[in-house]
Design a protein around this ligand. Structure first.
Ligand SMILES: C[S@@+](CC[C@H](N)C(=O)[O-])C[C@H]1O[C@@H](n2cnc3c(N)ncnc32)[C@H](O)[C@@H]1O
Length: 340
């Protein structure tokens, strides 16, 4: 095949990226209201932004690292490599983009980026720092036809833990929600881009957990028990975790699992950095104290739960501590199936 024929005949992702622009995507029409507890949790978490905590997922650390951000950037660059965002013009969507660190790294690689996020505080931060982010529930994208087929890759870094609630598990909707999320991503990816990928990171639970325990007030569970930590976490953040293999089962037939990496230790180290900064901030950062106090006045019940969960019982950090932590963090690279 001559060079000219190759240029004309072979369809690569970047040809379609030149033809489209992500700049004109309309705000998705509301289809499913965001879960109030999840939305409120990120209003509370915004207090941590006062001490510069704008990275809310796991990291990947080397012994020589000395900051939270070093491990975070290594992990984010891994995700970008995995999704194939290695060339200018790559069209990337992040679902649940937090404060937009991954989007900005992708832009530095020359990518066109879009984020969706249900936290108004985070969306405002992203849009003020040069990324295009829409405030909506990712579930609104199922019917957002103008969005369909527009992306070369999609990443969900630490957001899918919020997509299922214990009430969904009790009602038998858990797998259906994961299946719907894969269907949404399948629609978002450009069908002409052969190498389109979806990359997720998600906490997985290793121990037996009953949805009923999460809905029981934590004070009714024995101190230090799994049930008490699970209930505290749910009542602050709203969510439920998959077990090993569950996502793979729900991905079929649209996606196959191409790679899996364990990031449990990296999550623990990132959490240690965050806890140290949050503790120091209580004594040294009036803005942090002011934001926490304001949350206590505006949302007393949830704010008390957050303080109890994070600082006192340290349920967030409990998840990754010890020789055999109750959770593991898995990074998954999904490849769209040939018939997907
Ligand atoms: C743990 S944070 C991770 C944020 C970011 N990816 C990072 O690494 O810092 C989870 C993010 O998912 C977002 N999120 C959770 N559920 C969502 C939903 N249903 N639709 C859109 N965004 C969601 C939250 O607002 C938050 O930004």
């Amino acid at each position: 095949m001559s060079l000219v024929e190759r240029e004309v005949d072979v369809h690569h992702g970047w040809e379609s990226s030149a033809a489209h622009s992500l700049k004109n995507l309309p705000q998705p029409r509301p289809r499913v209201a965001p879960i109030p507890l999840v939305k409120l949790c990120y209003t509370m978490v915004h207090a941590a932004e006062a001490v510069g905590i704008r990275d809310l997922a796991d990291g990947e650390y080397r012994p020589s690292d000395t900051t939270l951000e070093q491990g975070i950037e290594r992990q984010l660059n891994y995700l970008l490599d995995e999704v194939g965002c290695t060339r200018p013009g790559f069209r990337l969507l992040e679902i649940g983009c937090g404060y937009g660190h991954l989007l900005r790294l992708a832009q530095a690689r020359g990518a066109e980026v879009v984020g969706v996020n249900l936290s108004p505080e985070q969306v405002q931060y992203c849009n003020e720092h040069g990324s295009r982010v829409y405030c909506c529930n990712y579930r609104d994208l199922l019917d957002a036809h103008e969005w369909h087929g527009q992306f070369d890759g999609v990443i969900a870094n630490g957001s899918l833990e919020h997509w299922v609630q214990p009430e969904d598990v009790i009602a038998g909707r858990m797998n259906g929600l994961y299946q719907e999320s894969f269907e949404i991503v399948r629609r978002l990816l450009d069908p002409h881009v052969e190498e389109a990928r979806y990359v997720t990171t998600a906490i997985h639970v290793k121990r037996n957990v009953r949805p009923k325990d999460l809905l029981t007030p934590w004070r009714e569970h024995p101190r230090g028990s799994d049930q008490r930590h699970f209930s505290l976490l749910h009542n602050w953040m709203g969510g439920y975790y998959p077990i090993d293999g569950q996502l793979e089962q729900c991905a079929r037939p649209s996606f196959t699992l191409e790679a899996e990496a364990d990031g449990t230790l990296g999550y623990k180290i990132a959490n240690d950095y965050r806890m140290a900064r949050m503790l120091r901030g209580l004594y040294t950062n009036p803005q942090l104290v002011w934001r926490l106090a304001r949350s206590l006045v505006r949302h007393p019940r949830i704010a008390r739960t957050m303080l109890e969960c994070y600082y006192l019982e340290q349920s967030w950090d409990w998840q990754f501590r010890g020789d055999d932590p109750p959770m593991k963090l898995l990074r998954h690279t999904w490849r769209r199936a040939a018939n997907g």
